[in-house]
Structures are given as structure tokens and as C-alpha cells.
Design a protein around this ligand. Structure first.
Ligand code: ATP
Length: 515
């Protein structure tokens, strides 16, 4: 199945089974805003718990906070967001559609790359086994022509972006003859800077009102609380502060479902270290975070690092962890070495001293920071994309199964009486009553057992328990496992331990430590 089709199916599966709904749907929706349904909220909470526990349980020098969405507006001046958190935008006068100028050019570069790949594939078919791809790419005149074109465009684009030369960005769009996908015309406006922060007014009186921003990242809430946490928690460097919370960005082009939203959630951790030790810690966190991802078992080959060549002015190292989404490898998490930029800026703008006295060195300094920043929603999408499978069974039927990591699954166990009589429903409920304190259970008595299994497969439930007449005699049930579909007769007294071994966060967290 083409990856585009997989993605479309995933989006409709999310809606059909209560994972994700478009926001305000009965009013025709609100662009790039989504609601999580009864299944989605459980999966999302489990992702958050996995992250939170991996930070605060596995690291005794990391504590959490929960800061407010609204913050003093000067914070965003200090952080650079008011002046520099911009995307270059351009409008097409005919379709009245708005685009990110950089994305239009990136798409043009990707199109040239596609042409190169097509030539290579054609040649591969023609030459068969003897095909030497490297040599072909280096010598074929047409491929060379495309490659030169791509490199020249890339270089010109990178230069324009690093200087934020808006006229040059527009000129590239004109020179490349890029057309609007809707109107098909080249009738473009000038390129303008567009600030991504949402703002609103705080205060009830007109003259007393203050312009405040909805935070575009959670990190600043951590920086401005650095001293509070360090002092009250008696924290010694190195230490970290973790936070999960909503962030808001007025994205110009919001596409690809929950990949790019205007309201989303971040899980960020800022780790404060001695100046000079930041690269050691940067490498530590880079490696730790990849282990966290891989422990989920979604497939090691689906991850890659993407080191940044061009760094933000405050950073001295940065890398992304990319995941293979149905639409290609995309950033899910960023790991950044932010130097002492943020704390120094807040010291400057607030006029308050923000330093740490290091008893071992017997001196004060502004700590350096390593940040790990991951979007909950992007993580959610990557988990679902990897878990969604359509399998053809031996009897020719197709089943849709979400092979979710068991600890993240919304429902852990479904309990089903074989028939709706003879005391079997009562027995099933008895089992639920003994398991429900630890595992989210679902009772299901409608339709055939086969159909009930399919329903649970579609929401990723790792275990189904079937209660039949034999259960009443010997207290055994059938335990069916989602991925293998294997069924075993087990005693009710064993259920708690058998399920726990597979679905517990403990098992998952231990994998990070032991890998
Ligand atoms: P992108 O280049 O894709 O816009 P970014 O580099 O601006 O992302 P960061 O500012 O580093 O992203 O934010 C950290 C993380 O927050 C990202 O890795 C991503 O998982 C998440 N994130 C950022 N913007 C969005 C968004 N609009 N919707 C959903 N998640 C987002």
C-alpha cells in the first residue's frame, strides 16, 4: 500500500475508534486544532507517563514543575521570541492562499531530488543486477545536471535564510517559476515576516490591559523558575527540571494531521550543567533519549539523528531525533545545547541575579543548559503510524491491528463472556473487579467472539479474556494475545501477574536502563 494511503487510513482509523477528532467538528472544524477522544486520551496520558517516569524516576537529579501558560510578556522579549520567532510568508494573489516561502522552496528542491531518484530507478531497471548506483549518479549527464541545479538552489536558499533576506526568498520563488498549487499562477506578493506567537489581552479595563502571549514553548517556564527550584529543592548542579504542558504556535501552513498543530503539547527537560561540561552532557542526553524511543520496540531502523549544521544564535550543538512517518523521516524531538543564553537573558531583562554557587568549585556562575524537547502529539502520531497494521489472516480475512507497545495501550484487557447467560457475564464482571485497580479493563458481550477480538485489535488491546462454561467449573479462562493471536487456558489466579509482566511501565523503563 502506498504510504499516502496508509496515512489516510490512519487518520480515519483515529476518528472511527475514538483516538483523535477534528476540533469543533459540528461547526466544520478549526484548522490545525484537534481533540483527543476516549482512546486517544489514554494513549496520550500513557506516553506522558512514560516520559515523566523516565525523567523523574530514573534520574534522581531531575524534578518536575507545572508552570502557567501565561507569563510576563517581557519573558518573550528576553527569550528572543518577540523579535525573532518568525516564519517568512507569501500570498498568492489569485487563490488568496498563504504559504511559507521557505517551504515552497524546500518543496522545489524535493521535486528536483525526485527527478534524480526517478532517473536512478529507471536505470536500475534497465541495467538489472549489474547496476552501479554510485557511478551512475556521478557520471550520468542528466543526473549531474539535476544535481548541480539542486545544489545551486540549496546554496542560494540557505544563504537567503541565514540572512533572512526576504527579497531574495521571493526572487528565488520567481526564478524557479514556482506556481501556487491551487490557482496555478505565479502572481505572488512580497515575502513578509510572520510572528508565530498568539497574543491576547489580560486585565479587565481598557487602559489597564496588558498584551500577553500564549507560550510557544514550555521551556521558558522552567528558566524563570530556575532559582525557585534550585533553592527550595536544594538542587546541586548537574540537575534537571522537567515539564509537560500546552504550547501554542500560529503555524502558517498547518498540514499532516497532528504533526503540525496550532495548539499542541510539549515534554521538555532543561538540564543545568557546569560551563565547559555541556558537550559531555549533550552526548549523554542524545544517547539517553534515543534509548527511550527504541525501548518501545517500534523498530530501531525507524529512527535517525539529524545533526544541525546551522545553529540558532544561542546554541553550540543541536540534533533532532527523526522518525520515519508515513510521509518520510520527520523531527519528533530536538536536543539542544543552549549555552547560558536563556538564564543570562533573564538576568539582563529582569535585573535579578540568576547564578549558582558551586560549593565544589567555590565560585558562582551562570549554568549552561542542555534541553530535550519532544512534542506529545508527534510522538503519538509516530507510535500510531508504527503500530497500525493490516494483516491478511490464514482464512483470507483482513484484520486491522494496532500493535501498540503494551504499556501504552489505552485498554489493557478486554473481558468477554462467551454467551450472555448462564452466569458467564457475572463471572466476567468478577474478573474485571479483581483486575480494575491496576489495569484498564473493558467488558464486551456483544456480537461473536471473533468480532469482539477484531474490535479490541483495532484499538490495540494486548489481552482478551474469554469466560466460558468451563470457567464456572475450574476457574480457568482463555487468554488471547493480540499480536500472535495465540490462546492459552490459564487460571484466573494467574491473570494479574501474566498481564502485569507485559503491560507494566516497569518492564518498559527497565529496557531503557538495560539496553
Ligand atoms: P518544526 O521545525 O517541525 O516546526 P521546531 O524545530 O520548530 O519544529 P521545536 O521548537 O524544537 O520545533 O519544538 C520541539 C518539539 O515540539 C518538536 O520536535 C515537535 O515534536 C514539537 N512541535 C513543535 N511545533 C509543533 C507543532 N506545530 N505541532 C506539534 N508539535 C510541534
Amino acid at each position: 500500500m502506498a504510504q499516502e494511503d496508509v496515512f489516510k487510513k490512519l487518520v480515519s482509523h483515529c476518528k472511527e475508534y475514538g483516538f483523535v477528532f477534528p476540533s469543533s467538528e459540528i461547526y466544520d472544524g478549526l484548522a490545525a486544532v484537534y481533540d483527543y477522544g476516549q482512546m486517544g486520551v489514554e494513549l496520550k496520558n500513557n506516553i506522558k507517563r512514560y516520559w515523566w517516569d523516565s525523567m523523574t524516576l530514573l534520574n534522581d537529579n531531575i524534578v518536575g514543575i507545572d508552570s502557567a501558560v501565561f507569563m510576563h510578556p517581557t519573558i518573550w522579549k528576553a527569550s528572543g521570541h518577540v523579535d525573532a520567532f518568525n516564519d517568512p510568508l507569501i500570498d498568492n494573489r489569485d487563490s488568496k492562499k498563504r504559504y511559507r516561502a521557505d517551504v515552497l522552496i524546500e518543496d522545489a528542491i524535493a521535486k528536483i531530488e525526485e527527478k534524480i531518484d526517478k532517473e536512478v530507478e529507471k536505470a536500475r531497471k534497465r541495467f538489472g543486477e549489474n547496476f552501479d548506483e554510485k557511478m551512475y549518479r556521478e557520471t550520468n549527464p542528466r543526473v549531474l545536471e539535476y544535481t548541480q541545479k539542486r545544489d545551486a538552489l540549496h546554496e542560494r536558499f540557505a544563504a537567503a535564510m541565514s540572512e533572512m533576506n526576504l527579497e531574495e526568498l521571493r526572487q528565488i520563488i520567481i526564478d524557479q517559476e514556482i506556481v501556487c498549487p491551487i490557482s496555478g499562477t505565479k502572481n505572488w506578493t512580497d515575502v513578509r515576516q510572520f510572528n508565530l506567537m498568539f497574543s491576547t489581552d489580560m486585565g479587565s479595563t481598557a487602559d489597564g490591559a496588558m498584551k500577553v502571549y500564549l507560550r510557544p514553548e514550555t521551556a521558558q517556564g522552567i528558566f524563570v523558575n530556575f532559582l525557585n527550584v534550585q533553592k527550595t529543592g536544594r538542587m546541586r548542579i548537574p540537575f534537571g527540571i522537567a515539564q509537560i504542558g500546552k504550547a501554542f504556535r500560529n503555524e502558517i501552513v498547518a498540514r499532516q494531521f497532528i504533526f503540525r498543530m496550532r495548539e499542541f503539547e510539549q515534554m521538555e527537560m532543561q538540564f543545568f550543567v557546569r560551563p565547559g561540561e555541556e558537550m559531555t552532557w549533550f552526548n549523554h542526553w542524545k544517547e539517553f533519549r534515543l534509548r527511550w524511543h527504541k525501548a518501545l520496540g517500534l523498530g530501531d531502523h525507524k529512527y535517525r539523528y539529524h545533526d544541525h549544521e546551522k545553529l540558532a544564535h544561542y546554541a553550540n550543538a543541536a540534533t533532532d531525533i527523526e522518525f520515519e512517518m508515513p510521509f518520510g523521516f520527520k523531527e519528533v524531538e530536538g536536543i539542544h545545547s543552549r549555552t547560558d543564553f536563556d538564564l543570562s537573558q533573564h538576568e539582563k531583562f529582569s535585573g535579578k541575579k540568576i547564578q549558582y554557587f558551586d560549593p565544589e568549585l567555590n565560585k558562582s556562575y551562570t549554568p549552561y543548559v542542555i534541553e530535550t524537547s519532544i512534542g506529545v502529539d508527534r510522538m503519538f502520531l509516530s507510535v500510531l503510524a508504527a503500530a497500525y497494521k493490516e494483516e491478511v489472516l490464514e482464512n483470507g480475512e483482513t484484520r486491522v491491528v494496532l500493535q501498540l507497545p503494551a504499556a501504552l495501550a489505552p485498554i489493557k484487557v478486554a473481558v468477554m463472556p462467551l454467551v450472555r447467560k448462564d452466569g458467564l457475564p457475572e463471572k466476567a464482571n468478577e474478573i474485571i473487579n479483581s483486575l480494575k485497580f491496576d489495569y484498564r479493563c473493558q467488558y464486551d458481550e456483544k456480537d461473536s467472539i471473533g468480532k469482539r477480538y477484531r474490535r479490541q485489535d483495532a484499538i490495540g488491546t494486548p489481552f482478551c479474556i474469554t469466560v466460558d462454561h468451563q470457567t464456572l467449573e475450574d476457574n480457568t479462562v482463555t487468554l488471547r494475545e493480540r499480536d500472535s493471536m495465540e490462546q492459552h487456558r490459564v487460571s484466573i489466579s494467574e491473570l494479574h501477574a501474566l498481564i502485569g509482566e507485559k503491560v507494566s511501565f516497569r518492564t518498559l523503563l527497565q529496557k531503557i536502563v538495560n539496553e
